[in-house]
Design a protein around this ligand. Structure first.
Ligand code: ATP
Length: 138
């Protein structure tokens, strides 16, 4: 059985969509195995987004991720890593298909960074690394 790290980003929490997003995850049949609402600091975000360091959207991305609390979840299920990314839809909410979290609930606000409601790990290696960053005690 697989695990992934899901984040409801500050835009999702601010808009009151945490419950709706968790509902979709559970309705799909995945299991929530850990949950925490927390503020992310620079050290955590630098580690989480290490692969994007130096890209033009990196600084706005880190600022955005510090703009409010983030809901971190460890989600378990058969092929959940790919499955959650399908549920989330493509990175750009304008292009994300209806039926997906970003397609149904997200829009492009014309900002420097895509405020696209959620994050989901993209591989088993990233999932274990990211779970270790967000849930160091687990
Ligand atoms: P996530 O990893 O958040 O599920 P993703 O894999 O589709 O989404 P990444 O390529 O890992 O996206 O980028 C991380 C985040 O950085 C995106 O979710 C988005 O918020 C932001 N981002 C990525 N690419 C761009 C871009 N070209 N312009 C603005 N923001 C971007």
């Amino acid at each position: 059985i697989e695990r992934t790290l899901v984040l409801v980003k500050p835009d999702g929490v601010r808009r009151g969509l945490s419950g709706e997003i968790l509902r979709r995850i559970e309705a799909k049949g995945y299991t929530l195995v850990n949950l925490q609402l927390r503020a992310a600091d620079d050290a955590l975000l630098a580690a989480h987004y290490a692969e994007h360091e130096g890209k033009p959207f990196y600084a706005p991305l880190v600022d955005f991720m510090k703009s409010g609390p983030v809901l971190a979840a460890v989600v378990e299920g058969h092929r959940v890593i790919e499955g959650f990314r399908t549920l989330a839809g493509t990175t750009d909410p304008t292009a994300a298909l209806p039926g997906t979290i970003r397609g149904d609930l997200g829009r492009d606000w014309g900002l420097q960074v895509q405020q696209n409601l959620v994050h989901g790990s993209d591989s088993p290696e990233s999932a274990e690394r990211e779970i270790g960053l967000w849930f160091p005690q687990a």
